[in-house]
Design a protein around this ligand. Structure first.
Ligand SMILES: NC(=O)c1ccc[n+]([C@@H]2O[C@H](COP(=O)([O-])OP(=O)(O)OC[C@H]3O[C@@H](n4cnc5c(N)ncnc54)[C@H](OP(=O)(O)O)[C@@H]3O)[C@@H](O)[C@H]2O)c1
Length: 303
């Protein structure tokens, strides 16, 4: 089945990428390939130790890799602002890869009291992206990448209870957060285009890949080993991220994922978004809610 593979990532000399959650899993694998193709990559992670260890592994494979570290905790909107301020002071910044995420933790909250999956996967990503849009607009062929999931298909628009004060289903909340990621990148694409911005917004999902994402599942290590054998290693799972971030043919609003059975594995190409994920009404409602909850407004009017 033809499709985009890591071998299709072009030469990236002279381009600067920011990758959130770059120390492990898909973010690490994407960073490894971006660096090998000559990009400057800023690893934006919550643990400096883990980031430096990851940088060491990349440099062992690609001596001379151009890597930097900036601290980021998506579970604290004040910290997100500080990270964005540091990144905005850089000379150049071309592509923001929103990859970091958390899946099915026990009920827990961000510094501002939001349910963790909604807070980290969506609100933190929304805030970081919004802060960085003016800087990205000065970049070369600038892009924002947002990582969603097959799980977005079971997402329901239930963000009326963003602190999970009424109920908490960890699996449903993960799906909801990934639906929010999908609604966000599509709505961002619409608004960027209407505003005449040079930035494009592209979505992706990895299918199912063996990473540390299952750390809150009791049987995680066994399940993830199996996933790596049957479906995708982290290296394979990162390919749609790489396509979204580097394919010269990628257009504003595109969504990439594996093309195999049920989009769980296989070469990367155009992926399926549910009708709800493409619904402008749901997206505008979520956008407005995100502005209210984060206090960050990207100043892109609705279309
Ligand atoms: N693996 C899959 O099958 C799969 C399927 C669909 C979608 N996805 C999506 O792919 C993305 C990457 O996941 P992965 O599978 O690579 O998982 P992973 O191996 O667990 O990596 C997640 C990354 O996110 C970081 N992170 C978590 N909470 C954070 C926070 N509060 N602030 C900053 N960084 C934070 C982690 O940092 P630490 O290492 O410090 O915890 C780690 O670097 C996620 O958005 C996930 O929803 C994955």
């Amino acid at each position: 089945m033809p499709g985009f593979t890591a071998a299709d990532v072009p030469d990236l000399s002279g381009r600067t990428y920011v990758v959130t959650g770059a120390n492990t899993g898909l973010g690490f694998e994407a960073t490894r390939v971006l660096a090998a193709r000559g990009a400057q990559v800023v690893l934006v992670c919550r643990s400096e130790d883990k980031a430096r260890e990851a940088m060491g592994r990349i440099i062992a494979e690609t001596p001379g890799a151009k890597l930097d570290f900036v601290e980021l905790d998506l579970a604290d909107l004040d910290a997100v602002k500080r990270t964005a301020d540091v990144l905005s002071q850089r000379e150049d910044l071309d592509v923001l890869v929103n990859n970091a995420g958390v899946m099915i933790p026990p009920l827990s909250h961000t510094a501002q009291g939001f349910e963790l999956q909604f807070g980290v996967n969506h609100l933190g990503t929304f805030a970081l992206t919004s802060h960085l849009l003016p800087k990205l607009a000065q970049g070369k062929n600038p892009r924002v990448i947002v990582t969603s999931s097959i799980a977005h298909r079971s997402g329901q628009a239930v963000w009326g209870d963003p602190k999970a004060e009424e109920s908490y289903s960890r699996v449903q909340r993960y799906s909801d957060s990934k639906l929010a990621n999908a609604l966000f990148f599509v709505e961002l694409a619409r608004r960027l285009e209407a505003s005449g911005s040079p930035v494009i917004s592209v979505g992706c999902h990895p299918g199912v890949a063996s990473t540390e994402l299952g750390r809150h599942m009791g049987f995680a290590s066994v399940a993830m080993k199996l996933v790596g054998m049957v479906l995708n290693t982290a290296e394979q799972g990162a390919v749609p991220t790489l396509q979204a971030a580097t394919d010269p043919g990628a257009a504003n609003g595109d969504y990439y994922g594996p093309r195999g059975l049920r989009e769980m594995s296989g070469p990367s190409g155009t992926a399926f978004l549910t009708r709800l994920a493409r619904d402008p009404g749901a997206a505008q409602w979520l956008w407005q809610r995100s502005v209210e909850l984060t206090g960050v407004d990207p100043n892109l009017p609705p279309v």
